[in-house]
Design a protein around this ligand. Sequence first.
Ligand code: COA
Length: 165
Amino acid sequence: MTRTAVYPGSFDPVTNGHLDIIIRAAGMFDRLIIGVLVNSSKKPVFSTEERVELLEKAIPKIPGCQIEVMSFEGLLADFVTLVGATTIVKGLRAVSDFEYEFQMALANRKINHRLDTIFLMTSERYMYLSSSIVREIGKYGGDISDFIPKAVKDDVIKKLWKGNK
Ligand code: COA
């Protein structure tokens, strides 16, 4: 049986924190779908296509796991079912993440009782990291090279810098 999981998010843009979770989750599943939310209420800076492309560029080949990047609209629970998965992977950074994530995990399970959410603790060096921090520092020309995957550094810097002009 193929073990499939979905790692959902806005990925606006992908960070080293996301990549850390992706690489670790890939070691646990045969197939990992990265689900990029299209119409986030957060009004993304990067278009859906750009967010998908950046992820595809950033994710290395991982033996034993087939990783696919897909965008989705609507309910996460429906998307997970559509791709034939029953597991959602999420990263937890701090206690402050917990309450919201707990609520989401229960709500998703209420929508579809077969769904389970597993949480991976972020690596401590990424505790403070978020996409908005990257966007904020990048917008003003600060150094974001420690925060985002090397493969997408130039693309992200160019877009954030241009967006501020
Ligand atoms: N490392 C670094 N940053 C991380 C991280 C990690 N391990 N884990 C999360 N983050 C960051 C994200 O980049 C994001 O940053 P931002 O707020 O600056 O953009 C922030 O932490 C919050 O992450 P998360 O809670 O995962 O939000 P998200 O916007 O990335 O994704 C969805 C949210 C897509 C999972 C959620 O909105 C969803 O499922 N939507 C679909 C509709 C639905 O089904 N809703 C639920 C109904 S019950």
